[in-house]
Design a protein around this ligand. Structure first.
Ligand code: SF4
Length: 364
């Protein structure tokens, strides 16, 4: 059955249309429409090589873990870099963790890189899983990643549920407050059991390229004939915005002892980029001044502070870090910076030193 949205036939105010359940009789035509669109307009991405439902599980797995917090354009670059360094699960399993963290630089959430390494070790010993349950049992593999790899690489009928899927399904059904369980149930109903991998990619591509958050292009959409949000005339209002958790402000000081090539580096403990190597850093505690934190840090390292280099900021999902960087003399031995896995925050901090050098030697 086909409808036209009210605002395409006249200037009347859009009317909210309540959620509906798609009839099972709609499914064959709806699936066929979306898969036909996907065959024509689906994105060509480097991890989408190999026959549908029988892709290389290693490439699919790495790409899905990478893309969880990374835009596709940037993820493409990181994917190529990671696959160049670790072309197979065996190579990844045998690599030192420092090399894995180094290759993961810029991708954030370093716990993911550690889990990739741990899971690769399990697969190198026990073999690569061929089912959703097998993937789910690996370290760091959640329901989304397991469903993606099982459907794309193993042809198993598992529906993925990510932000794009949530938005497309909420709009298709006209649901303003979709819960995780609701999205998964609708995704399971719609999944094409004959082509689960292609179906999952088609829904995700539609969400990424047509049914975008702010400006869905309903006129080009393969699902428009069935879409409740389209009929409402206000598709972008579905789903209702999520209430975001407050972002915590963290202030910290760091000491650059050396230069951008050789510097004192420490392995960070705790929640401030814990586990990575970085410039010696001290968090400014509540009620403490920045000077107090700097004095404490300099005393711990036995160094003399020579001056401020500048301030950098770094946003994370729930935190925003403001780091003031100081130069100093003395202290522990310097180590080469190039070989260490550093966070983006540390790269920004080292950039202060490079900018300072450039300004010192700039022609007057
Ligand atoms: S018709 Fe519009 S709102 Fe509905 S799924 Fe397509 S792009 Fe999204």
């Amino acid at each position: 059955m086909f409808w036209l949205p009210e605002d395409t036939v006249g200037p009347r105010r859009p009317r909210y249309t309540p959620p509906v359940t798609l009839s099972p009789t709609d499914l064959p035509a709806l699936r066929s429409a979306l898969l036909t669109w996907f065959g024509r307009a689906g994105r060509a991405l480097p991890w989408r090589t190999g026959p549908e439902g029988r892709r290389d599980p290693y490439r699919v797995w790495v790409s899905e873990v990478l893309l969880q917090q990374t835009q596709v354009a940037r993820g493409r670059v990181y994917f190529e870099r990671f696959l160049d360094a670790f072309p197979t699960v065996q190579v990844l399993a045998e690599a030192p963790i420092e090399a894995v963290l180094k290759a993961w630089e810029g991708c954030g959430y370093y716990a993911r890189a550690r889990n990739l390494h741990r899971a690769a070790g399990v697969m190198a010993r026990e073999g690569i899983p061929t089912t959703y349950d097998g993937w789910r049992a690996l370290p760091g593999v959640g329901p989304y990643t397991a469903a993606a790899v099982a459907s794309l690489a193993c042809g198993e009928a598992r529906a993925v549920n990510d932000g794009n899927v949530r938005r497309v399904l909420a709009r298709l059904h006209g649901e303003r407050q979709p819960t995780e369980a609701w999205v998964q149930a609708r995704a399971d109903e719609l999944l094409d059991p004959a082509r689960p991998g292609a179906w999952n990619e088609a829904v995700m591509d539609l969400g990424a390229t047509v049914c975008t958050p702010k400006a869905p292009r309903c006129g080009e959409c393969a699902l428009a004939a069935w879409c409740v949000a389209f009929r409402s005339g206000e598709p972008a209002t579905f789903p209702a915005p999520k209430v975001r958790a407050a972002v915590r402000e963290v202030r910290a000081v760091a000491l650059l002892l050396g230069d951008a090539r050789e510097a004192v580096l420490e392995r960070r403990e705790g929640t401030l980029l814990g586990g990575l190597m970085g410039l010696p850093t001290g968090v400014v505690a509540e009620g403490e001044s920045e000077r107090d934190a700097l004095t404490r840090l300099a005393a711990r390292l036995g160094v003399t502070v020579t001056g401020e280099l500048g301030t950098v900021t770094h946003g994370m999902t729930h935190r925003r870090i403001t780091l003031t960087v100081y130069g100093g003399q003395g202290g522990p031995a310097r180590t080469p910076v190039a070989g260490a896995a550093l966070s983006r925050l540390d790269h920004k901090a080292l950039g202060l030193w490079e900018r300072r050098q450039a300004s010192l030697f700039a022609p007057a």
